[in-house]
Ligand binder design. Structure first.
Ligand code: SIN
Length: 362
């Protein structure tokens, strides 16, 4: 039986329900009635989607509204699924960290192990949403849908996008066709896979894109319209974080003209076990930085080369001799996601070749 066949069996839905590439929302309303109403759990972490306009100081504050207010403001949600939820944090996502990531991973794995849960929505600030999505994509073991969602405009502002985004996210989390695609992100009518998505605009409502792969689908009229079915890997890379309460320290150094070795040396002196270079072009680095990275690698620090450029790949041995220096190439991952994967990889091994395999596999 194929992986997807096993998945469907696991999820308890038939071939007719599963749909094919390019199809729109394959579940008939009658089939949905037979299954009963889907049960979606919402985990709230804050962000602009829980933000409110302020009368003094900066224009608004993120992470103000609690989950009751968030869900209560969109009564139509109750028409889509049986909803329950909890407040995990209420922060601006600039303050997101590995401790909240681990809390979320533990909670999501526990909730999805319960047959009563069909899917999960996580409300999140947009600034670091892609990193949390990537972390969960690498640590959630269930094929059931997990959907991250945010908003660019807080409640009370003209054109606030939170309610529509939330409706779209619950639509996806409630739908069996979203299972087995890894963690997903819904923003402004587009559906993205966690591995590919990035915030590409600081203020626009269309703030997210998948620069290398494109969106996997669109949300319109309360339905999911898939582009093409994602490849489903039976050997998906998943890390077991159940016994962890922190992650290895990994820093990022940013590339630019005239860059110096100082940030690399500071990270090594601070005891970082890994460094991600957000290099220029296809991950190139200034000669002084290269020397410092080579030295760090020689001392057992894992160095991953990524790029500050928004789209494209960082491949091995193109202009930098990765074999000689023992570096890892990030492939399609941007620096902040390469950091997530490197932190997780370091919980398993400190060997650069083994870590390169994980980057190639994800
Ligand atoms: C945040 O990331 O928490 C603030 C910005 C946003 O949610 O859009």
């Amino acid at each position: 039986m194929t992986f997807f066949g096993k998945l469907k069996k696991m999820m308890g839905f038939s071939a007719a329900q599963a749909g094919r590439a390019g199809e729109t929302d394959p579940i008939e309303p009658s089939a949905r009635l037979l299954r009963g109403r889907p049960k979606v759990y919402v985990l709230a972490t804050g962000g602009t989607i829980a933000g409110r306009l302020a009368s003094t100081g900066p224009r608004y504050r993120a992470g103000v509204l609690g989950i009751e207010a968030l869900l209560g403001a969109v009564p139509a949600l109750r028409g889509l699924a049986d909803l329950s939820g909890e407040q995990v944090e209420n922060i601006g996502s600039q303050d997101m960290d590995e401790f909240v990531w681990l809390k979320l991973a533990h909670r999501v794995n526990a909730l999805l192990a319960d047959p009563a849960t069909d899917g999960i929505v996580i409300t999140h600030g947009t600034d670091t949403l892609e990193e949390t999505a990537c972390f969960l994509d690498l640590t959630v073991r269930s094929p059931k849908p997990v959907v991250l969602v945010g908003a660019m405009r807080p409640a009370g502002s003209p054109g606030a996008d939170g309610p529509t985004n939330l409706l779209d996210a619950v639509t996806v989390a409630a739908h069996p066709s979203a299972a087995g695609r890894g963690v997903l992100v819904v923003m402004h009518g587009s559906l993205f896979e966690a591995r590919d998505v990035a915030k590409v605009s600081s203020l626009s409502l269309s703030a997210f894109a998948a620069p290398n792969a494109g969106a996997v689908g669109q949300l319109a009229d309360g339905r999911i319209h898939y582009g093409q079915r994602a490849a489903l890997s039976p050997e998906r890379l998943v890390f077991d974080v159940s016994g962890l309460d922190r992650l290895p320290a990994v820093g990022i150094v940013y590339g630019h003209a005239g860059a110096s070795a100082t940030p690399v040396k500071a990270l090594v002196d601070a005891g970082c076990r890994g460094i991600v270079s957000a290099g220029v072009g296809s991950g190139n680095v200034h000669r002084d930085v290269l020397a410092a990275l080579a030295d760090a690698s020689g001392r057992g620090v894992i160095v991953v080369r990524a790029s500050r450029v928004a789209a494209g790949l960082t491949l091995r041995n193109v202009e930098v001799d990765d074999n000689r220096f023992g570096f890892v190439a990030a492939g399609a991952l941007n620096p902040q996601k390469a950091r997530v994967l490197l932190q997780l990889a370091l919980t398993r091994t400190r060997k650069a070749e083994a870590i390169q395999k994980m980057f190639d596999e994800y």
